[in-house]
Design a protein around this ligand. Sequence first.
Ligand code: ADP
Length: 162
Amino acid sequence: MASIAVCPGSFDPITNGHLDIIQRGAQVFDKVYVVILSNSAKAPLFSVNERMDLIREVTGHLPNVEVDHYNGLLVEYAKSVNANAILRGLRAVSDFEYEMQITSMNRALDEHLETFFMMTNSQYSFLSSSIVKEVAKYGANISALVPKAVERALQRKFELGS
Ligand code: ADP
């Protein structure tokens, strides 16, 4: 049986921390679906299509990675692509409680879907899309935090917005 993972998130926008998890996941699983789920608690800066285009651009070198979006429950999406695993990244301890919560919920919804966590590369432990957006807004250098395409997209977004 092929091992198929879904890697869900907001990816608003994708950072080097996300990319690290996706790249490492692509070495472990036969196929990884990176899926943008709508998160009602967050007002996104980039549209779903913009976020998908950026993820596609920066994962183009990974033949077993596919990019998608879904408006609904992650377990339903996982079923629709025959995934048997959820892949999530863990940064600091602060991620832990939230991840425990959604993992227990997903297990209650589908006990066959296993969640796997990858510890972030320590250089990305404190990296989040929110922090990148916050500093990019004020023109800080974010070249070590996000891929080039994302850096350009953020610059364009804030130039147009200001
Ligand atoms: P969500 O809104 O579901 O938290 P995110 O786009 O913020 O979505 O994150 C998606 C996944 O990527 C989560 O598992 C998150 O923990 C992980 N992640 C985010 N930033 C990093 C990072 N710097 N290093 C490793 N994993 C990360």
